[in-house]
Design a protein around this ligand. Structure first.
Ligand SMILES: NC(=O)c1ccc[n+]([C@@H]2O[C@H](COP(=O)([O-])OP(=O)(O)OC[C@H]3O[C@@H](n4cnc5c(N)ncnc54)[C@H](O)[C@@H]3O)[C@@H](O)[C@H]2O)c1
Length: 367
């Protein structure tokens, strides 16, 4: 198969879909890899390192897209890429269609095969291609939150750890999955006082075991959530219902009850965000203040640390990319239910039920 890797076009996105050593593995598997010149530079990988790994270099995105059977990307296609794709082409990337009906409609019209990293799901329910970026985002959420708590960004001017004689910040994390766990490591490691909520008892059990009682775990419901959010200095939301729009857990009414200068880091913004007042921001302009609360809603947080993120992403995606390239997507999805769950679009049909429901397009079950 011919596999194309274009440069990411999202603002301040410096990740690339595959490292040079990942390219080597694809080439050794008998595939041809075409990469856009300069695609790896933001992650510290030179064109020469890709050429040494066996890739062919292309000068622009148009030639990468035109000559490839499968495109490997990091972020969802953006408008400047819409006219580069062609029917039947496989696009294997984060799609996050639930948050973007227009993108879903465009990809349906283009009749591409859209396989979403974030809905590849094992039989046990884990999301192996979302997990590494959620781990990065979880860790970064604490750094971002600490920065937003500073007075210059509109925050209440509180140091996460406190100092001897002054209490630490109170951090409330909603969603005890991968991002939530890593946010716990970051916040507790910075000596903040931490409470984490989830609707899933097993997730809370896991956090309790791993954190050895250093954070408080709480079953999430309207009552506990409201009570904790009103007390919080920093709220980190890392909730997810796979494939669906994020549940709106913090209404404007609840926001108004929060402490002035408190901060919300809405990691779930890539699935539409979990606050009524959340809207996507960029690394260049990451925050805004509404109702006196600082919002940080960057939907490509791992792009801030592209070298770590590119390596972690390749570790996770490469075995699946290789399987799809070796077998073709039809055989790959028949043989591997995790890949079948990753199928979002096939040549004009939305084949993922939750995605179809979220964007209000007809659902066509996989044959
Ligand atoms: N902004 C970014 O750059 C970025 C990067 C990576 C991941 N993400 C997003 O982070 C989110 C979390 O990802 P993850 O891999 O940790 O998911 P996960 O599936 O591991 O964890 C999600 C958790 O949310 C819980 N949950 C669902 N509904 C809830 C509710 N109403 N109240 C409380 N908890 C609830 C689930 O039980 C689960 O434990 C996703 O939306 C993902 O897309 C964003």
């Amino acid at each position: 198969m011919i596999i194309g890797i274009p440069t990411e076009v999202k603002v301040a996105e410096k990740r690339v879909a595959v490292t040079p050593s990942g390219v080597r593995t694809l080439v050794q598997g008998g595939h041809k890899v075409l990469i856009q010149s300069g695609a790896g530079l933001g992650s510290g990988f030179s064109d020469e390192s890709y050429i040494r790994a066996g890739a062919g270099m292309k000068p622009d995105p148009a030639t990468v897209w035109a000559d490839s059977d499968m495109i490997l990307k990091v972020k969802e296609p953006l408008p400047q890429e819409y006219n580069l794709m062609r029917p039947d082409q496989i696009i294997f990337t984060y799609l996050h269609l639930a948050a973007d009906r227009k993108l879903a409609e465009t990809l349906v019209k283009k009749k591409v095969v859209g396989i979403a990293y974030e809905t590849i799901q094992t039989d046990k329910g884990s999301l192996p291609l979302l997990a590494p970026m959620s781990a990065v985002a979880g860790r970064l959420s604490v750094q971002a939150g600490a920065y937003c708590l500073e007075a210059k960004t509109g925050g209440m001017g509180v140091l996460l750890s406190g100092v001897p004689g002054v209490r630490p910040a109170y951090v409330v994390i909603i969603g005890a999955g991968v991002a939530g766990l890593h946010a716990c490591f970051g916040a507790a490691g910075n000596d903040a006082r931490v409470t984490i909520l989830d609707i899933n008892q097993e997730r809370l059990d896991h956090i309790h075991d791993v954190m050895r009682g250093s954070v408080t775990t709480l079953m999430s419901n309207e009552g506990t959530l409201e009570e904790e959010i009103m007390k919080a200095d920093l709220v980190i939301s890392s909730v997810l219902i796979p494939g669906a729009t994020a549940p709106k857990l913090i209404s404007r009414k609840l926001l108004k009850k929060m402490k002035p200068g408190a901060v919300i880091v809405d990691i779930a913004i890539d699935q539409g965000g979990s606050c009524e007042t959340s809207r996507p921001t960029t690394h260049e302009n990451p925050t805004y203040v509404e109702e006196g609360i600082v919002h940080y809603c960057v939907n490509n947080m791992p792009g801030a640390v592209p070298r770590t993120s590119t390596m972690a992403l390749t570790n996770a995606t490469l075995p699946y990319a290789l399987e799809i390239a070796n077998l073709g997507y039809q055989k790959a999805m028949k043989g591997n239910p995790a890949i079948a769950r990753g199928m979002n679009l096939i040549k004009g049909d939305v084949v993922h039920k939750v995605v179809a429901e979220s964007v209000g397009l007809p659902y066509v079950p996989l044959k």
